[in-house]
Design a protein around this ligand. Sequence first.
Ligand SMILES: [Fe+2]
Length: 184
Amino acid sequence: MPSDLAATATRDISGALNALLADIFALYLKTKNFHWHMSGPHFRDDHLLLDEQADQIFAMTDVVAERVRKIGHVTLHSMGEISRLQRVLDNDAVFVTPQDMLAELREDNGTLARRMREAHAMIEAGGDVAASSILEVYIDEAERRAWFLYESSHRATQLMRPGGIFMRSREAASRAYSGDLRPN
Ligand SMILES: [Fe+2]
């Protein structure tokens, strides 16, 4: 064993990291899928946003896999192994609206952040300070991606009020369409 961490702890930590790694690969490919198949009035922004996010997601893979090796365990070997471990659901639909793409990725990144937080608690208890610290940065990045996706997916329902204030919710937009401009 290259690490002096307890063997039982490293087994559990490796299991958690490998499951996260499968999710990260699945989310990487879904983000690229939506980057390739994006459409709509904000094509350029959305297409470029998803490419930036895919690069950030892909950059996690080597670090997570090598953390598993550093603590003496084996990591993922194949696409088949990824598909058996991934919890992120694939989306093979021929057409997905841009709003649905952004909303689905926002959800997936939020879920990934939550799963990393859960793994972090266990990893910290197991004493793997380095893996904890790696995940802390990745949790922040996933939350940043979710934030950008959230704000971008609300763009379609933004309306400028006469006073110059943006309204963001569908409810606010429909009130404005029906002529009701009470403060919300
Ligand atoms: Fe591209």
